[in-house]
Design a protein around this ligand. Structure first.
Ligand code: ATP
Ligand code: MG
Length: 229
């Protein structure tokens, strides 16, 4: 997979809780992210940053507007096609690493390959896993359990797992939110070098201006609108 261009055209998203007024979270918002770009999205808590990532990854649907991944309009794909598209093309990193505590580093990284039936793809991905583990500096720890690793090491493991299918787009929601300053800084640098060397488009949601500044572009989400800063 090569890195992917993403375009949001006039996206609106609101929530309607019974008995309450309609809450507009994203208001007719448009954004083009070029292939290979790195973009930070900042903004106050509750401004809709996670909602925006969920729409980009098609975990959630907009009320109106169009989302394009390259030429592909994800709103037009069926349920199975969306799931397959997400598996093959998108990588996710969250605030908490979500590693399975009973599995070693290498086993955790290979979890996304469990459903893969093609032997050749599996063997290639296993080789890539080793290279990526090297790249993030964890080759000495592949047999360790998450409980035996630091927060930063666990998060780097989660980064490797997100990259195992060579996604064109890497989405990260507060990836440094649970890390100390030094580990956060290291993870930010790692994401930047992955964006540059692995040819993956990167979108990072964060409260940290230190992390945001490492990206090529920064957008602020406020009152349903995006502005470039
Ligand atoms: N399923 C839902 N039903 C109703 N309202 C929702 C739902 N999901 C999110 N919201 C509301 O949408 C708004 C945006 O939420 P979102 O999680 O995208 O914010 P955020 O910018 O990611 O915040 P944070 O920085 O705290 O993570 C919030 O006001 C939230 O309460
Ligand atoms: Mg959020």
């Amino acid at each position: 997979m090569t890195s992917m261009e993403i375009e949001l055209k006039q996206i609106s998203k609101y929530y309607q809780v019974p008995g309450k007024e309609k809450r507009m979270v994203l208001d007719n918002l448009s954004l083009k992210i070029e292939s290979g770009d790195s973009v930070a999205i900042v903004g106050p808590s509750g401004s809709g940053k996670s909602t925006l990532l969920n729409l980009i990854s098609s975990l959630d649907q907009a009320n109106s507007g169009v989302i394009l991944h390259g030429e592909r309009e994800i709103g037009k794909l069926g349920e199975d096609e969306v799931a397959q598209f997400r598996n093959r093309n998108l990588g996710f990193i969250f605030q908490s690493h979500h590693l399975l505590p009973q599995l070693s580093l290498i086993e955790n990284v290979l979890v996304p390959l469990i459903p893969e039936k093609d032997k050749k793809i599996k063997v290639e991905a296993e080789k890539r896993a080793q290279e990526l583990i090297d790249f993030v500096g964890l080759s000495g720890q592949i047999s360790q359990l998450p409980g035996q690793m630091s927060g930063g090491e666990c998060q780097r493991t989660a980064v490797v797992r997100a990259l195992i299918h060579q996604p064109g787009l890497l989405l990260a929601d507060e990836p440094t939110g649970s890390l100390d300053k030094q580990s956060a800084d290291q993870l930010g640098d790692l994401l930047v070098s992955i964006n540059e060397k692995q040819k993956v488009t990167l979108v990072v949601v964060t409260h940290s201006m230190d992390l945001a500044k490492k990206m090529k572009k920064i957008y602020k989400l406020d009152n349903g609108k995006l502005s470039k800063i």
